[in-house]
Design a protein around this ligand. Sequence first.
Ligand code: FMN
Length: 201
Amino acid sequence: MAKKELKMRAVVAPTETVIVSAYDKDGKADACTLAFYMVSSHVPPCVTIGINATQKRKTLKDMLETKAFVLGFPSVSQVKEADYLGVESGYQTDKLANIGFTTSPAETVYAPIINELALSLECEVIRTVTVGSHMQVTGEVKRIIADESILNERGRVVLEKLQPIIYDEEAGRYLSVGEKVADAFRSGIELKRTLEAEKHG
Ligand SMILES: Cc1cc2nc3c(=O)[nH]c(=O)nc-3n(C[C@H](O)[C@H](O)[C@H](O)COP(=O)(O)O)c2cc1C
């Protein structure tokens, strides 16, 4: 198939839309929406977020001061609120109060949990690395708190219940999670076995 070279940029679509919250030095909670988010370690469990350090982000300043943040997952029914938290700054107004979001202190770190989000990860900042325009902030997950309504009987998060918001930077839009297409770590193993059988048989 013919290939085309694209304009230089980091193609980030699709990613999960998350909301990070932190307290400032006066104990006031702020939060902002992020698309640059990844799981960066299983043991210990860590997540890494990328925040633009060249522009003013109150949430970044706060989490660097307190060495903590909470990573929350909004659902599709909260897409307007999530977008708002990404287009307004805590330097200008009390964003959380404006949209009726309330907070409770996290138990393991000094950061606010947004009560209205169904899944929250309490994180301690353990490392920062600046890469170009963005500071990569790695948080060790110290506690995970979830609404019972999004869990299955084994205590695992059910995506169809969480209904996370997928961010499509290419088209500048939000999507919901789609259909299951295969079982993870199974379809590849089946293919591996087939290829091995063809090679040896
Ligand atoms: C969908 C979406 C994704 C965003 N992703 C990021 C991101 O990954 N990193 C970042 O630095 N800013 C990101 N932003 C922008 C911040 O959320 C925005 O600058 C916010 O106003 C910062 O608020 P604060 O000053 O209260 O921290 C995103 C905004 C939106 C709407």
